[in-house]
Design a binder for this molecule. Structure first.
Ligand code: DQQ
Length: 540
């Protein structure tokens, strides 16, 4: 019943119970999107015996849970089946490379192939008898060698794959090559390595078009693409944009990782171990990412579950070429229910205004703000380099000039519980600075939950572009997209009172200068159908 499970989501991907983490092996095959994911069948917490749970969908919104695709069964994965990726081989043959944890807790890379290629659900997987195909190379510890990527075909006709690692105090993408997908040889140097990171988990490597939002297959290599290299470490997904040089097997980023707050991240809140895939049906690249809980392990056990997948995001290169842009896949709009529209509403100093008539606990809100008094913005202090710190030091309750303005989500009527997603605009030396915050400090009156506030800059010029915000609100998760998807912040919140019908949604302006809502569209969201196979079969 919803009353006893106020934090279960309505339209995010969740498993019926237990622990869930990384998305694995996403792909499209014969009419269905496949999502595999790390799952603990024994507990609401992480543990040994991890499996690849498996679900399919025709629209990325409604899902059917199938039997586990991979579970510990052989010497090369008897402790756990950890993360990995799918590659579609020529002839439309999907295969999986995944990390097995063997009886000695050594991380090895294994191959699995579908038992029956004519089954569009790909329910049964066969582990290759000669596994493992890769074992930790010299200089790499047994527990620092995991998470193979989707493979790409090089111009020389060889398959390439990278495996995440940490060796010699460097995080790295170890490169392997193969002519037949079975015999893999380590390339002499990693594709990329850096001392400015931790152990590279779940690397991802893919081309993006330099013009337009279309995605391309992993093997595309020509002057119309740049390459993205992403790694998960220190609780975040960091990425670089750059060039892939197959002759030397080097990745040359436009800017190297620095190990500081200026490194690019997919999301400046909670979003980890993400993985992208090329959707050949709609010619787009789609990104999945795991969002963990912010309440305690005791709460996970009480709830009986832990972990969500973020709404899949289409991902492409920004026109500037300097960063990626992410936007919830268009299919999510199918869940739009009742809609509210507002235009040209002025929000004066201190005003708060409720968005009524929609279910505020599960909603999709898009707002575009106009800043008639932009020139009056307060000055930016160039020593402010850490946006998360700025958002923490000056939360939504701290008055400014141009901002804070934005949304109060999952709020009680008296606003004692609220999650504020807001902007502050500053006048910098030669350019305006747009700060975006997700302020969880008052998100719950329960005191055992983590209420860390997140923040990031939005790379837009408010002289030429209005300030836009889209937030997907779903009971205990808020995914926010600032500047049309240039900056993403995902948060988990656990209000005590602002649940279900008692949750409210507001627009606010706590700056002394007024701002105008030039357009607001908000929708209540219907529940996605996420069924187990038995109830799905009963439909036929
Ligand atoms: N989760 C998996 C690992 C990966 C980590 C285990 C990242 O393969 O490195 O569940 O969250």
């Amino acid at each position: 019943a919803p009353e006893t499970q106020p934090y279960r989501t309505s339209y995010h991907f969740q498993s019926p119970k237990n622990w869930l983490n990384d998305p694995n092996g996403p792909m499209w095959y014969k009419g269905f999107y496949h999502l595999f994911y790390q799952y603990n069948p024994h507990s609401a917490l992480f543990g040994n015996g991890m499996v690849w749970a498996h679900s399919v969908s025709s629209d990325l919104v409604n899902w059917v849970h199938l039997n586990h695709a991979l579970y510990p069964s052989e010497p090369f994965d008897i402790t756990s089946c950890w993360s990995g990726s799918a590659t579609i081989l020529p002839g439309d043959i999907p295969v999986i490379l995944y990390t097995g944890i063997d009886a000695n807790n050594t991380q090895v890379q294994n191959l699995a192939i579908p038992k029956n290629l004519s089954d569009p659900f790909l329910e049964d997987w066969v582990k290759y008898s000669q596994n493992p195909l890769m074992t930790p190379p010299v200089g790499v510890e047994a527990d620092n060698f995991r998470d193979p990527t989707t493979a790409w075909l090089g111009p020389d006709g060889k398959w390439n794959v990278i495996v995440g690692s940490w060796s010699n105090n460097q995080g790295m993408a170890i490169l392997y090559q193969s002519g037949d997908f079975i015999n893999w040889r380590k390339y002499k140097d990693p594709l990329y390595s850096t001392e400015r990171s931790g152990m590279w988990e779940c690397p991802d490597f893919f081309p993006v078009s330099i013009n337009g939002t279309n995605g391309v297959d992993a093997s595309v290599l020509n002057p119309t693409v740049k390459h993205v290299l992403k790694a998960s470490f220190n609780s975040h997904d960091y990425y670089m944009i750059g060039a892939y040089v197959p002759e030397t097997e080097k990745y040359i980023p436009d800017s190297d990782l620095t190990g500081t707050v200026t490194d690019l991240r997919y999301d400046y809140g909670k979003f980890y171990a993400s993985k992208s895939f090329f959707d050949s049906v709609k010619n787009r690249r789609i990104l999945w990412g795991w969002v963990n809980e912010s309440d305690t392990p005791d709460d996970d056990i009480k709830k009986g579950w832990s972990g969500l997948q973020a709404i899949p995001r289409q991902i492409w290169l920004d026109r500037s070429g300097n960063q990626l842009v992410q936007w919830p896949v268009e299919e999510i709009n199918k869940l739009h229910d009742k809609q509210i529209n507002i235009e040209n509403k002025i929000l004066d100093n201190g005003s708060t205004f409720e968005i009524q008539y929609i279910t505020a606990s599960q909603a999709d809100v898009e707002i575009v703000f106009e800043l008639p008094e932009l020139e009056e913005a307060e000055f930016f202090n160039p020593t402010w380099v850490d946006p998360q710190k700025m958002c923490t030091d000056a939360n939504a309750a701290v008055k400014g000039r141009l901002g804070p303005f934005g949304l109060l989500a999952l709020a009680t009527k008296d606003l004692t519980e609220q999650t504020a997603i807001f902007f502050r605009i500053f006048k910098g030396h030669n350019a305006y600075v747009v700060l975006m915050c997700s302020d969880q400090s008052r998100s719950s009156l329960r005191d055992e939950v983590d209420r860390t506030t997140y923040g990031a800059f939005v790379n837009i010029n408010p002289q030429h572009e209005k300030i836009s915000l889209r937030s997907l609100i779903d009971h205990s998760i808020i995914e926010s997209f600032g500047g049309k998807g240039r900056t993403c912040i995902t948060s988990r919140v656990y209000p005590k009172f602002a649940v279900n019908k008692d949750a409210h949604l507001y627009v606010f302006n706590n700056g002394t200068l007024s701002v105008t809502i030039s357009r607001l569209n908000a929708w209540g969201m219907n529940k996605a159908e996420i069924e187990n196979k038995e109830s799905f079969n009963a439909l036929f």
